[in-house]
Design a protein. Structure first.
Length: 351
Protein backbone atom coordinates (compact mmCIF):
# COMPACT_ATOMS: atom_id res chain seq x y z
CA UNK A 1 0.00 0.00 0.00
CA UNK A 2 2.85 2.37 0.84
CA UNK A 3 4.40 1.69 -2.57
CA UNK A 4 1.04 2.36 -4.22
CA UNK A 5 0.65 5.64 -2.34
CA UNK A 6 4.14 6.81 -3.29
CA UNK A 7 3.50 5.88 -6.93
CA UNK A 8 0.25 7.85 -6.87
CA UNK A 9 2.05 10.85 -5.37
CA UNK A 10 4.74 10.60 -8.02
CA UNK A 11 2.12 10.37 -10.79
CA UNK A 12 0.28 13.33 -9.32
CA UNK A 13 3.46 15.43 -9.23
CA UNK A 14 4.28 14.44 -12.81
CA UNK A 15 0.78 15.31 -13.91
CA UNK A 16 1.05 18.67 -12.16
CA UNK A 17 4.45 19.29 -13.77
CA UNK A 18 3.05 18.59 -17.24
CA UNK A 19 0.06 20.81 -16.53
CA UNK A 20 2.38 23.62 -15.43
CA UNK A 21 4.48 23.21 -18.54
CA UNK A 22 1.44 23.39 -20.81
CA UNK A 23 -0.03 26.24 -18.74
CA UNK A 24 3.12 28.35 -19.01
CA UNK A 25 3.98 27.55 -22.63
CA UNK A 26 0.56 28.51 -23.99
CA UNK A 27 0.59 31.41 -26.47
CA UNK A 28 -2.34 33.11 -24.77
CA UNK A 29 -2.54 34.75 -21.36
CA UNK A 30 -4.24 32.38 -18.90
CA UNK A 31 -5.39 33.39 -15.45
CA UNK A 32 -7.51 32.05 -12.62
CA UNK A 33 -9.17 34.42 -10.19
CA UNK A 34 -11.54 34.28 -7.25
CA UNK A 35 -15.16 35.32 -7.81
CA UNK A 36 -16.48 37.06 -4.70
CA UNK A 37 -20.01 36.42 -3.48
CA UNK A 38 -21.06 39.92 -4.49
CA UNK A 39 -20.06 39.11 -8.09
CA UNK A 40 -16.97 41.30 -8.11
CA UNK A 41 -13.89 39.53 -9.52
CA UNK A 42 -11.32 38.96 -6.76
CA UNK A 43 -7.57 38.39 -6.70
CA UNK A 44 -5.72 36.16 -9.12
CA UNK A 45 -4.95 32.66 -7.88
CA UNK A 46 -2.87 31.60 -10.88
CA UNK A 47 -1.37 33.34 -13.91
CA UNK A 48 0.83 31.82 -16.58
CA UNK A 49 4.20 33.20 -17.65
CA UNK A 50 2.70 34.87 -20.72
CA UNK A 51 0.67 37.21 -18.49
CA UNK A 52 3.86 38.35 -16.76
CA UNK A 53 5.75 38.78 -20.05
CA UNK A 54 2.99 40.69 -21.84
CA UNK A 55 1.96 42.94 -18.96
CA UNK A 56 5.38 43.50 -17.35
CA UNK A 57 4.40 42.48 -13.82
CA UNK A 58 6.09 39.79 -11.76
CA UNK A 59 4.11 36.72 -10.79
CA UNK A 60 4.05 37.91 -7.17
CA UNK A 61 2.70 41.32 -8.18
CA UNK A 62 -0.05 39.78 -10.27
CA UNK A 63 -1.18 37.46 -7.45
CA UNK A 64 -1.85 40.55 -5.33
CA UNK A 65 -3.98 42.15 -8.06
CA UNK A 66 -7.50 41.72 -9.50
CA UNK A 67 -8.66 41.89 -13.15
CA UNK A 68 -9.88 45.46 -12.53
CA UNK A 69 -6.29 46.50 -11.75
CA UNK A 70 -5.24 45.59 -15.30
CA UNK A 71 -7.59 47.96 -17.13
CA UNK A 72 -7.87 51.74 -17.19
CA UNK A 73 -10.15 53.15 -14.44
CA UNK A 74 -12.78 54.30 -16.95
CA UNK A 75 -13.05 50.73 -18.31
CA UNK A 76 -13.26 48.93 -14.94
CA UNK A 77 -17.06 48.83 -15.15
CA UNK A 78 -16.69 46.47 -18.16
CA UNK A 79 -15.08 43.92 -15.85
CA UNK A 80 -18.14 44.03 -13.59
CA UNK A 81 -20.61 43.88 -16.51
CA UNK A 82 -18.93 40.82 -17.99
CA UNK A 83 -18.61 39.18 -14.56
CA UNK A 84 -22.40 39.43 -14.26
CA UNK A 85 -22.79 37.79 -17.67
CA UNK A 86 -20.41 35.04 -16.54
CA UNK A 87 -22.57 34.38 -13.47
CA UNK A 88 -25.70 34.14 -15.62
CA UNK A 89 -24.33 31.95 -18.44
CA UNK A 90 -21.35 30.15 -16.92
CA UNK A 91 -19.15 31.39 -19.77
CA UNK A 92 -18.59 34.66 -21.58
CA UNK A 93 -16.48 36.07 -24.42
CA UNK A 94 -15.73 39.76 -24.71
CA UNK A 95 -13.12 42.29 -25.83
CA UNK A 96 -11.30 44.67 -23.52
CA UNK A 97 -8.07 46.68 -23.41
CA UNK A 98 -5.46 45.69 -20.82
CA UNK A 99 -2.87 48.18 -19.57
CA UNK A 100 0.72 47.05 -19.04
CA UNK A 101 2.90 48.13 -16.12
CA UNK A 102 4.52 50.82 -18.30
CA UNK A 103 1.14 52.12 -19.53
CA UNK A 104 0.96 50.44 -22.95
CA UNK A 105 -2.50 49.31 -24.06
CA UNK A 106 -3.09 45.79 -25.39
CA UNK A 107 -6.50 44.89 -26.87
CA UNK A 108 -7.49 41.33 -25.96
CA UNK A 109 -10.34 38.91 -26.53
CA UNK A 110 -11.22 37.19 -23.26
CA UNK A 111 -12.84 33.75 -23.10
CA UNK A 112 -14.13 33.27 -19.55
CA UNK A 113 -15.41 30.06 -17.89
CA UNK A 114 -16.31 28.89 -14.41
CA UNK A 115 -14.20 25.94 -13.20
CA UNK A 116 -13.76 24.04 -9.95
CA UNK A 117 -10.43 24.88 -8.29
CA UNK A 118 -9.58 23.11 -5.03
CA UNK A 119 -13.26 22.84 -4.25
CA UNK A 120 -13.99 26.48 -5.10
CA UNK A 121 -15.84 27.94 -8.07
CA UNK A 122 -13.42 30.27 -9.80
CA UNK A 123 -13.05 32.07 -13.11
CA UNK A 124 -10.67 30.75 -15.77
CA UNK A 125 -9.83 33.42 -18.36
CA UNK A 126 -7.95 32.89 -21.61
CA UNK A 127 -6.97 36.29 -23.05
CA UNK A 128 -5.74 36.52 -26.64
CA UNK A 129 -3.78 39.52 -27.90
CA UNK A 130 -5.78 40.91 -30.86
CA UNK A 131 -3.53 43.88 -31.65
CA UNK A 132 -2.87 42.68 -35.22
CA UNK A 133 -6.56 41.98 -35.78
CA UNK A 134 -7.50 45.45 -34.58
CA UNK A 135 -4.91 47.01 -36.88
CA UNK A 136 -6.35 45.05 -39.82
CA UNK A 137 -9.87 46.16 -38.88
CA UNK A 138 -8.74 49.80 -38.75
CA UNK A 139 -7.03 49.45 -42.13
CA UNK A 140 -10.20 47.93 -43.61
CA UNK A 141 -12.31 50.69 -42.06
CA UNK A 142 -9.97 53.35 -43.42
CA UNK A 143 -9.98 51.71 -46.86
CA UNK A 144 -13.78 51.52 -46.82
CA UNK A 145 -14.07 55.18 -45.83
CA UNK A 146 -11.74 56.14 -48.69
CA UNK A 147 -13.85 54.12 -51.14
CA UNK A 148 -17.03 55.76 -49.85
CA UNK A 149 -15.51 59.21 -50.39
CA UNK A 150 -14.37 58.16 -53.88
CA UNK A 151 -17.78 56.70 -54.78
CA UNK A 152 -19.55 59.81 -53.51
CA UNK A 153 -17.21 61.95 -55.63
CA UNK A 154 -17.90 59.76 -58.69
CA UNK A 155 -21.67 60.17 -58.26
CA UNK A 156 -21.17 63.92 -57.83
CA UNK A 157 -19.04 64.23 -60.97
CA UNK A 158 -21.32 62.03 -63.09
CA UNK A 159 -24.30 64.09 -61.95
CA UNK A 160 -22.49 67.35 -62.81
CA UNK A 161 -21.47 66.07 -66.25
CA UNK A 162 -25.02 64.91 -67.02
CA UNK A 163 -26.36 68.29 -65.89
CA UNK A 164 -23.94 69.98 -68.31
CA UNK A 165 -25.22 67.76 -71.15
CA UNK A 166 -28.81 68.60 -70.15
CA UNK A 167 -27.98 72.32 -70.19
CA UNK A 168 -26.41 71.99 -73.64
CA UNK A 169 -29.60 70.34 -74.95
CA UNK A 170 -31.60 73.19 -73.42
CA UNK A 171 -29.34 75.82 -74.99
CA UNK A 172 -29.37 74.13 -78.39
CA UNK A 173 -33.17 73.92 -78.39
CA UNK A 174 -33.32 77.71 -78.73
CA UNK A 175 -31.71 77.55 -82.19
CA UNK A 176 -33.66 74.77 -83.93
CA UNK A 177 -37.12 74.24 -85.42
CA UNK A 178 -40.04 72.92 -83.35
CA UNK A 179 -39.62 69.30 -84.44
CA UNK A 180 -35.93 69.30 -83.54
CA UNK A 181 -36.72 71.14 -80.32
CA UNK A 182 -39.08 68.33 -79.24
CA UNK A 183 -36.30 65.81 -79.84
CA UNK A 184 -33.81 67.85 -77.79
CA UNK A 185 -36.27 68.35 -74.91
CA UNK A 186 -37.01 64.60 -74.89
CA UNK A 187 -33.30 63.86 -74.80
CA UNK A 188 -32.86 66.41 -72.03
CA UNK A 189 -35.47 64.71 -69.84
CA UNK A 190 -33.81 61.32 -70.38
CA UNK A 191 -30.47 62.70 -69.28
CA UNK A 192 -32.12 64.33 -66.26
CA UNK A 193 -33.68 61.01 -65.23
CA UNK A 194 -30.19 59.50 -64.98
CA UNK A 195 -28.60 62.61 -63.45
CA UNK A 196 -31.12 62.70 -60.63
CA UNK A 197 -30.35 59.09 -59.69
CA UNK A 198 -26.68 59.99 -59.25
CA UNK A 199 -27.71 63.13 -57.35
CA UNK A 200 -29.90 61.10 -54.96
CA UNK A 201 -27.16 58.50 -54.46
CA UNK A 202 -24.65 61.28 -53.75
CA UNK A 203 -26.97 62.67 -51.07
CA UNK A 204 -27.86 59.26 -49.62
CA UNK A 205 -26.10 57.68 -46.60
CA UNK A 206 -26.10 54.43 -48.61
CA UNK A 207 -24.26 55.17 -51.84
CA UNK A 208 -25.41 51.95 -53.52
CA UNK A 209 -29.21 52.18 -53.12
CA UNK A 210 -31.77 54.84 -53.92
CA UNK A 211 -35.18 55.49 -52.37
CA UNK A 212 -37.50 55.28 -55.38
CA UNK A 213 -40.42 57.06 -53.70
CA UNK A 214 -38.30 60.16 -53.13
CA UNK A 215 -36.78 59.88 -56.62
CA UNK A 216 -40.10 59.48 -58.48
CA UNK A 217 -41.74 62.39 -56.65
CA UNK A 218 -38.80 64.71 -57.36
CA UNK A 219 -38.26 63.64 -60.96
CA UNK A 220 -41.90 63.72 -62.08
CA UNK A 221 -42.28 67.17 -60.52
CA UNK A 222 -39.33 68.20 -62.69
CA UNK A 223 -41.04 66.78 -65.81
CA UNK A 224 -44.12 68.92 -65.17
CA UNK A 225 -41.83 71.96 -64.98
CA UNK A 226 -39.86 70.95 -68.07
CA UNK A 227 -43.03 70.70 -70.18
CA UNK A 228 -44.48 73.79 -68.47
CA UNK A 229 -47.55 71.94 -67.20
CA UNK A 230 -49.26 73.20 -64.06
CA UNK A 231 -50.22 70.50 -61.56
CA UNK A 232 -53.51 72.38 -61.18
CA UNK A 233 -54.24 71.65 -64.86
CA UNK A 234 -53.11 68.02 -64.92
CA UNK A 235 -53.40 66.45 -61.49
CA UNK A 236 -50.69 64.03 -60.39
CA UNK A 237 -51.77 61.18 -58.11
CA UNK A 238 -49.16 58.86 -56.62
CA UNK A 239 -49.21 55.60 -54.66
CA UNK A 240 -45.57 54.91 -53.90
CA UNK A 241 -44.00 52.49 -51.44
CA UNK A 242 -40.67 53.21 -49.76
CA UNK A 243 -38.70 50.89 -52.03
CA UNK A 244 -34.93 51.02 -52.29
CA UNK A 245 -32.97 49.59 -55.20
CA UNK A 246 -29.54 49.58 -56.75
CA UNK A 247 -28.45 51.81 -59.60
CA UNK A 248 -28.50 48.94 -62.15
CA UNK A 249 -32.28 48.70 -61.73
CA UNK A 250 -33.04 52.32 -60.87
CA UNK A 251 -31.71 53.82 -64.12
CA UNK A 252 -33.89 51.77 -66.51
CA UNK A 253 -36.90 52.26 -64.20
CA UNK A 254 -36.26 56.01 -64.17
CA UNK A 255 -36.09 56.08 -67.97
CA UNK A 256 -39.35 54.09 -68.24
CA UNK A 257 -41.09 56.57 -65.94
CA UNK A 258 -39.67 59.44 -67.98
CA UNK A 259 -40.96 58.05 -71.29
CA UNK A 260 -44.45 57.13 -70.03
CA UNK A 261 -45.10 60.32 -68.06
CA UNK A 262 -43.71 62.44 -70.89
CA UNK A 263 -45.95 60.58 -73.33
CA UNK A 264 -49.00 61.36 -71.18
CA UNK A 265 -48.05 65.02 -70.78
CA UNK A 266 -47.52 65.48 -74.53
CA UNK A 267 -50.24 63.32 -76.09
CA UNK A 268 -52.98 62.30 -73.62
CA UNK A 269 -54.76 65.65 -73.49
CA UNK A 270 -54.63 67.30 -76.96
CA UNK A 271 -57.92 69.17 -76.47
CA UNK A 272 -56.81 70.79 -73.22
CA UNK A 273 -55.68 69.81 -69.77
CA UNK A 274 -58.89 70.47 -67.83
CA UNK A 275 -59.61 67.51 -65.53
CA UNK A 276 -56.54 65.60 -66.65
CA UNK A 277 -55.12 63.04 -64.22
CA UNK A 278 -51.86 61.11 -64.32
CA UNK A 279 -51.51 58.28 -61.79
CA UNK A 280 -48.23 56.65 -60.80
CA UNK A 281 -48.08 53.57 -58.59
CA UNK A 282 -44.95 51.71 -57.55
CA UNK A 283 -45.34 48.82 -55.13
CA UNK A 284 -43.78 45.52 -54.18
CA UNK A 285 -45.98 42.46 -54.64
CA UNK A 286 -44.11 39.43 -53.31
CA UNK A 287 -40.85 39.21 -55.21
CA UNK A 288 -42.18 41.37 -58.05
CA UNK A 289 -41.96 45.13 -58.31
CA UNK A 290 -45.00 46.63 -60.04
CA UNK A 291 -44.92 50.02 -61.75
CA UNK A 292 -48.22 51.40 -63.05
CA UNK A 293 -48.59 54.66 -64.96
CA UNK A 294 -52.06 55.67 -66.13
CA UNK A 295 -53.91 58.72 -67.40
CA UNK A 296 -57.54 59.57 -68.18
CA UNK A 297 -56.70 61.05 -71.56
CA UNK A 298 -57.83 60.16 -75.06
CA UNK A 299 -56.75 56.53 -74.89
CA UNK A 300 -54.25 54.53 -76.87
CA UNK A 301 -56.07 54.11 -80.23
CA UNK A 302 -56.58 57.89 -80.63
CA UNK A 303 -53.15 58.70 -79.27
CA UNK A 304 -51.45 56.53 -81.90
CA UNK A 305 -52.89 58.79 -84.58
CA UNK A 306 -51.12 61.76 -83.00
CA UNK A 307 -47.80 60.04 -82.19
CA UNK A 308 -45.13 59.35 -84.76
CA UNK A 309 -45.48 55.85 -86.15
CA UNK A 310 -41.95 54.96 -85.15
CA UNK A 311 -41.95 56.42 -81.65
CA UNK A 312 -38.50 56.31 -80.06
CA UNK A 313 -40.13 56.66 -76.63
CA UNK A 314 -42.24 53.50 -76.89
CA UNK A 315 -39.39 51.56 -78.49
CA UNK A 316 -37.17 52.64 -75.62
CA UNK A 317 -39.73 51.52 -73.01
CA UNK A 318 -39.96 48.09 -74.63
CA UNK A 319 -36.17 47.75 -74.70
CA UNK A 320 -35.87 48.87 -71.07
CA UNK A 321 -38.50 46.36 -69.92
CA UNK A 322 -36.53 43.63 -71.69
CA UNK A 323 -33.37 44.88 -69.96
CA UNK A 324 -35.16 44.38 -66.63
CA UNK A 325 -36.31 40.88 -67.70
CA UNK A 326 -39.79 42.19 -67.00
CA UNK A 327 -43.25 42.13 -68.56
CA UNK A 328 -45.41 44.98 -69.80
CA UNK A 329 -49.20 45.18 -70.18
CA UNK A 330 -50.85 48.12 -71.97
CA UNK A 331 -54.53 49.03 -71.74
CA UNK A 332 -55.97 51.74 -74.01
CA UNK A 333 -59.55 52.04 -72.78
CA UNK A 334 -60.72 54.99 -70.67
CA UNK A 335 -57.32 56.56 -71.04
CA UNK A 336 -54.08 54.64 -71.09
CA UNK A 337 -52.58 52.37 -68.44
CA UNK A 338 -49.16 50.74 -68.62
CA UNK A 339 -48.22 48.07 -66.07
CA UNK A 340 -44.61 46.92 -65.83
CA UNK A 341 -43.56 44.06 -63.54
CA UNK A 342 -40.00 42.98 -62.83
CA UNK A 343 -37.58 41.83 -60.15
CA UNK A 344 -34.64 43.91 -59.00
CA UNK A 345 -31.55 43.14 -61.03
CA UNK A 346 -28.79 41.41 -59.08
CA UNK A 347 -25.48 43.19 -59.47
CA UNK A 348 -22.93 41.10 -61.35
CA UNK A 349 -19.26 41.90 -61.05
CA UNK A 350 -17.81 43.20 -64.30
CA UNK A 351 -14.71 41.31 -65.40
Amino acid sequence: NLVSIKRSEKDLKESERKFREIFNKANDMISVNVMNEDGIPGKFLEVNEVVSKRLGYTNEELLSMTPSDLVSPEKSDLIQVNAEKLFKKGQNTFEIVLVTKDGKEIPVEVNNHFIDYNGKRVSLAVSRDITDRKKSEEQLKSSLEEKIVLLREIHHRVNNNLQIISSLFNLQSNYVDENSKDILVASQSRVKSMAMIHEKLYQSPDLTRINMKDYIESFVSGLFSLYMVETTAIHLQTDLEDIEMGIDTAIPVGLIINELVTNSLKHAFPAGNEGGIIEISFRKEGELLTLKIADNGIGLPERRKIETKKSLGLQLVSNLVNQLDGTMMVSGENGTQVKVQFEELIYKKRL
